[in-house]
Design a protein around this ligand. Sequence first.
Ligand code: ATP
Ligand code: MG
Length: 373
Amino acid sequence: MYIEKLDIFSFRNLKNVKLEFSRAINFIFGDNAQGKTNLIETIYILCLAKSFRSRDDSELIPFKSDFYSFDGYFIDETAISSKVAVYYTVTQGKKIKIDGKNINQYSTLVGRFPIVVLSTEDHIITTGPPAQRRKFFNILLSQGSSRYLDDLKKYERILKQKNKILNYSGDRSHLKEQVDIWNAQLVQTGTNLMLDRAKMVEEINGCLAEYYKVITRSDHTLKITYQPCVPIKESQTIPDTFKALLSKVYNKEVKRGLSLIGPHRDEFKISVAGNELRKYGSRGEHKSALVSLKAAEAEFLQKKTDTNPILLLDDLYSELDIERGKRVLELFTKSCQIFITGTSLDFEAIKKTGFTEKDHTTFIVKSGNIARA
Ligand code: ATP
Ligand code: MG
């Protein structure tokens, strides 16, 4: 999959920008605060209907304007083209059209245009609390399988209902029966989620270690260890173990008014050479691990969707030297379209290596204006 053209009518500091991209590597250089991240943010929204850095769409509307809007033209592996159009106003909300047809649920978009982003906020995946890693792996799995996304949404709905009951202040004489009903559903959907997660981690670990070695030229192994709330010994026994654990914590859950067991509490431990990255990693190690994770994500998505994802690597060279940065590019599958942003200083450094003069397109961003170098 690649994006051939992008027409931005209005988005943050970008206005009337029309671009044609290389189907291989697109460098986007410029000083700070010029609009580089804004540009790749539009591509992400075209693919997943939401931003990777803002929850609130109204923040994406240019100051003194009342809408944001842009169109992207995609071409897939079988040379079929699709136009995705996004339009948002505060009063009407977000409208997304694929080839002129409104889509009602954003989930129909997820996985159709697979995308991987490395953003400056992503350091939180390796440094932050477990919820950040769950979020990362949830997006990855959802893009790879619509069934996972369905299960996840269902699980979250059930969890919400169960928590509501645990906090109900009215007649609580049938509380146990009611909780049991929701627990039965939690076990069913939660088991699916855990099995998918376990399988994904096994698949990803295969290439993750190799990627990390390529980037760092070390023989340290990068590894994810899946630590589900419910121990997985054999897949058939999960529902019973899950159920037993839920009964065990029932009183505690009632007391706290919170669901304490299930995939919403899973952890994915990330380690380098056996040491937990979160506790012991240097900044360079974190960044190298993160980039390896993203490369593994790209490979996973390629396998699951039979489509090469589009890669957005924002600020790739911060915390990575140019040599490591070069190796990163060698590592991402040759067939993926890649967008890399960097500062003007990165541009000077990369120019010296001669790298930008090959079959890559380079754009320079200045105060919201974007031109080919
Ligand atoms: P850096 O190298 O620092 O990451 P960047 O080129 O990636 O810089 P962007 O994040 O794309 O910078 O932001 C460019 C400018 O857009 C910033 O000055 C920011 O304040 C501005 N901006 C953000 N949101 C809006 C908005 N809703 N309307 C207008 N301008 C905005
Ligand atoms: Mg930026």
